[in-house]
Design a protein around this ligand. Structure first.
Ligand SMILES: [Zn+2]
Length: 322
């Protein structure tokens, strides 16, 4: 979609930068694209198209699945996890419901979840086995769906190749005269610089994915408190010493908890306990916890998992230190 920059997106740095850039030089560089889930504008140049995102996800999925030990060897359990994911897909925005979504339960003991562009979502068995309700499962899958619909991978790709591009565009634009957009752009580029800007980037994306995940799960009838409970599960898993891998791909737990609590007490206040949403503990027990207890435990392949973590752009997004 190509259109002029909307003035509605100013909440965080990336939208502000993209907005300024789009308004000022967008027409010279092939226009802007507007994300349907977040409403944020970005320059189309250097941004993966929907077709490219789908192709990237399709291409990377088999290797990523293999490096995490394959999917859990139980068609019924995989079907259940997939069903929970697909309960939320119709509630995603714009053309997102027609993405080739796939939800894979990886036969890995690590605690992690991630997603590839174009609708490929993964959760480890190690994380799912710590849950006690379908709403918690929906919380994590919804968060990963949010990373896909907000197009965080394309955003990151464009940003990481874009620092030099932005600098050259800014200097070229300076020759075209003064404008509020140029000033805003320059402030962002000069004032925050590459490192500071990039460091805040992963945090903003995580918060955005949490917000979207809570939106999708609630629309699908899941109690959004499940999202909060997942954070508690992760905190508990961290208390034993070794940090769950999830926290390296999804940093900033404190600010995430703060935002989740904020949303629970405002946008979703009073919804828990109503007939609009449920936690579905019994169904989760019957269709996940009980059957998976009889599936042999996965063989840990630490090296393979490490490769899986570092080989894909996705994890670089969540971990700003990379
Ligand atoms: Zn995340």
């Amino acid at each position: 979609m190509t259109q002029h920059c909307s003035s509605t997106m100013t909440r965080r740095l990336m939208p502000m930068l993209a907005c300024a850039l789009c308004a000022f030089v967008g027409p010279l560089l092939g226009g802007c694209t507007v994300n349907e889930a977040t409403g944020e504008s970005r320059l189309a140049i250097g941004y993966l198209s929907r077709g490219q995102q789908i192709a990237l996800g399709e291409e990377a999925m088999p290797q990523l699945t293999q490096e995490y030990g394959g999917s859990v060897p139980s068609p019924q359990i995989n079907a259940y996890v997939s069903e929970v994911g697909f309960n939320m897909v119709p509630f995603t925005e714009g053309e997102n419901p027609s993405l080739p979504w796939e939800f894979t339960l990886l036969d890995s003991p690590v605690i992690n979840a991630f997603a590839l562009p174009g609708g490929k979502v993964f959760m480890s068995r190690g994380l799912a086995e710590k849950m006690t309700s379908e709403a918690q499962l929906a919380g994590v899958l919804g968060h990963e769906i949010g990373h896909v619909t907000a197009e965080h991978v394309p955003e990151r790709i464009q940003t990481s190749m874009g620092t030099s591009l932005l600098a050259s565009v800014a200097s070229a634009a300076a020759g075209l005269g003064d404008s509020a957009a140029l000033q805003q752009l320059t402030d962002v580029v000069v004032g925050y610089g590459g490192q500071g800007y990039l460091l805040s980037f992963g945090r903003g994306q995580e918060l955005e994915a949490d917000m979207l995940g809570m939106r999708y799960m609630t629309r699908a009838g899941y109690d959004p408190v499940g999202q909060r409970q997942v954070m508690e599960i992760l905190a508990e898993a961290s208390s034993g010493g070794r940090k769950p891998e999830f926290l390296s791909t999804h940093p900033h737990p404190e600010s995430r908890i703060e935002q989740i609590d904020g949303l629970l007490s405002t946008e979703y206040a009073g919804i828990t306990g109503t007939n609009k949403v449920g936690q579905f503990e019994a169904r989760f027990r019957d269709r996940f916890l009980t059957p998976i207890a009889s599936v042999p435990a996965p063989q840990a392949s630490v090296e393979g998992e490490r490769r899986g973590v570092t080989a894909f752009a996705w994890c670089g997004i969540c971990n700003p230190a990379k």
